[in-house]
Design a binder for this molecule. Structure first.
Ligand SMILES: Cc1cc2nc3c(=O)[nH]c(=O)nc-3n(C[C@H](O)[C@H](O)[C@H](O)COP(=O)(O)OP(=O)(O)OC[C@H]3O[C@@H](n4cnc5c(N)ncnc54)[C@H](O)[C@@H]3O)c2cc1C
Length: 302
């Protein structure tokens, strides 16, 4: 367990952002489950990140980055280290030139998609309705069957614990819902190369995407989106549905009746409820089809 002196040491290094001890994680996660993290830190700029990571390294304290917490699961026991969520300067979107937008990692993806529409820039319509931040979307290569964020990424600003540098999108190792971010690195910002269009056309395409999502996704109920990755050439939702798991419950966690690959919190669920339900789903699908489903959500073990 950490003591107040750790926050003192971090402040001594010049950290100006927010620091909270024993912060309940369920407040920050779309699933609304998860125990406390020993330390929750919100660095406002690169100097803060440097000060924080320097101190955590000296003290041998593990850390993990979160964005919007829409694809993350922490256990009932929470996290024994520091959960870091970028804020301040990382929440800005700027236009670099006619076709390029630069967004801090803490910008909400919805704000970025809206900003591109406002400017009549096309390429992000397929991301309409995906919650979370730019950092999480880049790390996860967020997208849908009609496109993914990697398609519009020009460069990504990475921090390696000591310094930051821009790398080409092509160096990020993007594939279906994943990237190859080197261990211990943080995404600070990304540059997006878009194509010229008009505000009306972009808005109209966004509307179509939003309508399609409305039909196929459970709305207004806590979830982390799709729990499992689609197996090559198949759909995890179809397998779970046809294995008869729709509506299956474990405590307050349920396989959505609307979309079988979405596990929802129907009230009072714990992280363990979700992990137990997910294990049951995996076992059932494996028994029926011989397919081993892999998690798309990121599960952080204590
Ligand atoms: C209702 C709902 C619908 C969804 N629909 C979709 C969908 O259609 N398509 C889709 O792809 N996803 C979807 N998702 C999943 C999720 O929204 C995306 O994966 C999203 O991009 C995650 O962003 P986040 O900021 O919330 O990341 P988080 O959940 O906070 O983190 C996800 C991963 O990214 C890492 N990370 C976050 N920020 C950084 C950073 N700055 N630097 C390094 N690593 C970082 C975290 O450590 C973690 O491993 C949905 C989720 C919900 C709740």
């Amino acid at each position: 367990m950490m003591t107040g002196s750790l926050t003192g040491k971090i402040r001594e290094k010049g950290f100006k952002g927010e620091l909270r001890e024993d912060e309940p994680l369920h407040r920050h996660l779309s699933l609304r489950v998860g125990g406390p993290t020993a330390l929750f830190a919100v660095p406002d700029n690169v100097q803060d990140v440097l000060a924080l990571l320097g101190c955590l390294e000296e003290e041998g304290i593990p850390w993990v980055v979160m964005g919007g917490g829409t694809n993350l699961v922490f256990g009932n026991g929470g996290y024994r280290g520091c959960v870091l969520r970028l804020g301040g300067e990382f929440t800005r979107v700027q236009r670099e030139d006619d076709l390029t937008l630069v967004a801090g990692a803490a910008v909400s993806l919805a704000a970025l998609v809206n900003s591109s529409a406002e400017k009549g820039l096309s390429g992000m319509e397929c991301l309409t309705g995906i919650p979370g931040t730019v950092g999480g979307a880049v790390l996860m290569n967020a997208g849908t069957s009609s496109g993914e964020i990697a398609n519009v990424i020009d460069e990504v600003l990475l921090f390696d614990g000591r310094e930051s540098r821009w790398v080409q999108g092509s160096e990020m190792g993007f594939s279906y819902r994943s990237s190859q971010l080197p261990e211990g690195h943080i995404i600070l910002a990304a540059k997006f190369r878009l194509t010229p269009s008009t505000r009306e056309e972009v808005r109209s395409r966004m509307k179509t995407v939003a309508a399609r999502r409305k039909e196929s996704q459970p709305a207004g109920i806590p979830s982390a989106g799709c729990w499992f990755r689609n197996p090559e050439g198949d759909s995890a939702g179809r397998l779970i549905d046809e294995a008869g798991m729709k509506g299956e419950r474990c405590g307050g966690a349920q396989v959505s009746e609307v979309h079988a690959n979405v596990l929802v919190n129907v009230g009072g669920a714990t992280a363990s409820d979700f992990l137990t339900l997910a294990r049951k789903v995996k076992e059932t699908v494996h028994r029926h089809y011989g397919v081993v489903l892999q998690e798309e959500v990121r599960i952080i073990d204590g």
